[in-house]
Write a protein that binds this ligand. Structure first.
Ligand code: FES
Ligand code: FES
Length: 150
């Protein structure tokens, strides 16, 4: 099947098998390997991207379901002026160690703060419960997200 979609501002028209997961399309077919795969159960959130501005687990969607969508992966988040404020906050608050969960965590956080700008720490924890980090213990992630939300 052929699908057309926009990823990080670039339009793609690509041939995909109907069974291809969106995360495999993004990583293997387009070579955008910033989107990670951390589980096979839709539970870790490492594969989180923005689909039409809302966070979504790209291992939980078929590529064909993204037909016509505007997608942002971690490669497309920084602007001409440098890092996105959420990327900068993660950097400044030391909200990462190995960084494996970070692309998904950052994109989920961007969507969360846009939807709920007044979140407190508990709200951030609940909003990010679908994203797992094996390294940091979450405290600095929460701090980073709160610093952008203010
Ligand atoms: S790889 Fe998608 S949720 Fe884990
Ligand atoms: S920084 Fe290592 S898994 Fe989150």
């Amino acid at each position: 099947m052929q699908i057309s979609l926009t990823i990080n501002g670039t339009e793609y028209c690509e041939e995909v098998e109907p069974r291809t997961l969106l995360v495999h399309f993004i990583r293997d077919q387009l070579g955008l390997t910033g989107t990670n795969i951390g589980c096979d159960t839709s539970s870790c959130g490492a594969c989180t991207i923005l689909v039409d501005g809302q966070s979504a687990k790209s291992c939980n969607l078929l590529a064909v379901q993204a037909e016509g969508s505007e997608i942002t992966t971690i490669e497309g988040l920084a602007g001409e002026d440098g890092l996105h404020p959420m990327q900068q906050a993660f950097h400044e608050c030391h909200a990462l160690q190995c960084g494996y969960c970070t692309p998904g965590m950052v994109l989920a956080s961007v969507s969360l703060v846009e939807e709920y700008p007044d979140l407190d720490g508990q709200g951030v924890r609940e909003g990010l419960e679908g994203n797992l980090c094996r390294c940091t213990g979450y405290q600095n992630i929460v701090k980073a997200v709160l610093s952008v939300g203010k």
